[in-house]
Design a protein around this ligand. Structure first.
Ligand code: AMP
Length: 602
């Protein structure tokens, strides 16, 4: 059974399948292989998807939903509502819903499902057979909630989603299939309409591995359109307030003109913008040059530079170690972007693929591999951020480090910090900071176990990330073999994509302070173990010590208490060591007593 490959894009969406052994993209009845990711909800009748929906945007912007991908798995509080001409509301848990004119509302995945249904119908018409299995691509930075939401959208459209694939990985797959080299390292620079992704990949004997990823889910051709539209507006009405403050219909008109001009200027060096009847008898004509558009777009394109360099750094590669730089996404058709990438990576960017079809083609190829209709290539991805749990003292205990190849499985054993404790709270965290409170909580679960003395419980915590990047946490009381499974559901995730990028730079900015807090916390945990143990031992056999030894221990104990209060990590570490040294004789006596007691059978 053939498996469909789908690029469910922010701006445009595409579908394809392997037909007679060849991966192809499928055109709709109008002959278009790419449809705008736009849905029009008319006052009466069924929703309309694609180009026809987009045409309604100028007339009734509040009824045309675009860029719904940006809302997937998001809370209303995380969304900048002014970017959306249609009304948004929150569900009971605070997640975004799109309000419809009739008082009802739809979730972003329900809206995405309408696009997927349209694509599915296109594919079924083209292939002449029902099709219900698919591979869908998502941006590399989609978190668990967003991947889950994408899968749900597929299910709502009647599709079984066999695999979620990162967009740059899919693009590289399409690219790699045509390469014969045994070993290559490539950068995939993907600038689309709404998002930017950079990935560094390694291909070795048919195996793809993502070495690192970075990106910004709020950076793309739309931003360039905004900048050009503002420029056109101020040229037309120099004395008025900005375009963003005008009515929605006017904004859309100017943005559509801006996008058309931008596209034209990827070929020509000058383009005549003609806007008749902007308002009744008002017309506007303006000759826009590529130079002007480049000047407006440059600061937006420049923002990709730091992200690219960080991805290279994470992949531990220098610029000259890259064999190829692949351009993906419609915005890389701009000569400015091509030149920028060539300058940045110090090599000619590879433009051999259609930049706006590569991702979909990769999804089709992946579908072909899964269904067995194409030669087997293995696909590996990496975790964008570290995953772990909170351990004693509020520390982040990393279980799966950032940039680990997935699917991945790792575990650790934990115990109880308090006597007679009968459960443990496992907080699942994502992030790069040393202290749990600075990372993001993905979910939590209370794990029950048999109460006993301190350190007697044996709780195994295992993280498993499947090939779609979806995390499952299994905890096991090894005494009873009782398992608790926590699946990271969207309600448990409260993550803004933009903060993924911020998280990495914050962890660098705070590296020094974070590390000294970790050292102090670890030293304090040790003190908290040492102090009561020393007190107990002194009470038991302290009288067997001589005066000097006893005082050395009491002095060292006081120094530890003082160092705990001082918040100074080095002082506390030193005080712990001194107390350890001072209690050598006490420990030896304790051991002798234990042996004597054992021999006496007490
Ligand atoms: P994608 O998300 O890959 O479909 O890319 C869509 C973005 O590419 C939109 O912002 C388009 O305006 C932009 N785009 C498409 N074709 C061109 C072109 N010829 N020149 C410049 N930008 C383009």
């Amino acid at each position: 059974m053939a498996i469909l490959g789908i690029d469910l894009g922010t701006t445009n969406s595409l579908i394809g399948a392997v037909d007679s052994g060849f991966p192809i993209l499928l055109a709709n009845a109008e002959g278009h292989r790419s449809i705008p990711s736009a849905i029009h909800f008319p006052e009466s009748g069924d929703p309309i998807v694609g180009a026809a929906a987009l045409r309604q945007r100028a007339l009734s912007p509040e009824r045309v939903v675009t860029s719904v991908k940006r809302l997937m798995g998001k809370r209303l509080s995380e969304v900048e509502q002014e970017h959306y001409p249609y009304p948004l509301v929150a569900d009971d848990e605070g997640f975004v819903r799109i309000a419809l004119g009739d008082g009802g509302s739809l979730s972003p995945e329900e809206v995405s499902a309408l696009i997927l249904k349209e694509l599915k119908a296109t594919a079924e018409a083209a292939m002449g057979t029902p099709m219900d299995q698919a591979v869908i691509t998502v941006p590399a930075y989609f978190n668990d909630a967003q991947r889950q939401a994408t899968k749900r959208a597929g299910a709502l459209a009647g599709l079984t989603v066999d695999r979620i694939v990162n967009e740059p990985t899919a693009a590289a797959l399409a690219f790699g299939l045509h390469k014969s080299k045994d070993h290559a390292r490539i950068a995939v620079y993907d600038l689309g309409g709404g998002t930017f992704d950079i990935s560094i990949l390694e291909i070795r004997e048919g195996v793809f591995q993502v070495l690192s990823t970075n990106g910004d889910t709020y950076l793309g051709g739309d931003d360039i359109d905004h900048a050009i539209a503002e420029h056109l507006w101020t040229t037309y009405q120099p004395n008025q307030s900005s375009l963003a403050e005008q009515d929605a219909t006017l904004q859309i008109k100017f943005r559509e003109e801006a996008e058309a001009a931008k596209k034209a200027l990827s070929e020509a060096t000058e383009h005549l913008v003609r806007m008749p009847f902007i308002k009744k008898d008002k017309h506007f004509e303006h000759a826009l040059t590529r130079e002007t558009v480049d000047r407006l777009a440059r600061p937006i394109v420049d923002r990709t530079k730091a992200l690219c360099l960080r991805a290279l750094h994470d992949a531990k590669l220098d610029l000259d170690q890259l064999d190829e730089v692949l351009l993906v996404g419609g915005s890389t058709r701009m000569p400015l972007v091509r030149q920028f990438v060539t300058d940045l990576f110090q090599q000619e960017a590879n433009t051999s693929q259609h930049p706006d079809e590569t991702v979909a083609m990769g999804a089709v190829i992946q579908g072909g591999i899964l269904s067995g209709s194409l030669r087997n290539l293995v696909l590996l991805d990496v975790t964008p951020l570290s995953l772990g749990i909170e351990s004693f003292g509020g520390l982040m205990n990393v279980i799966i480090p950032r940039n680990t190849t997935i699917p991945a499985k790792a575990g650790e054993m934990f115990t109880n910090a308090m006597p007679d404790q009968s459960s443990m709270l496992v907080r699942v965290l994502q992030g790069e900071r040393e202290m749990a409170r600075d990372n993001w909580e993905l979910g939590q679960v209370e794990v029950p176990f048999e109460a006993g003395p301190k350190g007697s419980a044996r709780i195994g915590v295992q993280f498993q990330i499947d090939e779609n990047g979806i995390l499952e946490v299994l905890t096991r009381d090894t005494k009873t073999n009782k398992d608790t499974v926590l699946e990271i559901k969207h309600a448990a995730v409260d993550v803004d994509d933009k903060r993924v990028e911020a998280m990495i730079s914050e962890s660098v900015d705070h590296a020094f302070d974070d590390m000294s807090e970790r050292v102090f916390t670890e030293a304090k945990l040790k003190s908290e173990e040492l102090l009561p143990a020393v007190d107990q031992a002194l009470a038991l056999i302290g009288d067997q010590l001589d005066y000097g030894e006893r005082h050395a221990i009491l002095d060292a104990t006081a120094a530890v208490k003082q160092a705990v209060a001082s918040n100074d990590a080095n002082q506390l570490k030193q005080a712990n060591t001194t107390l350890d040294d001072a209690t050598q004789q006490l420990a030896a006596l304790l051991m002798q007593k234990a042996l004597a007691d054992a021999n006496a059978g007490t």
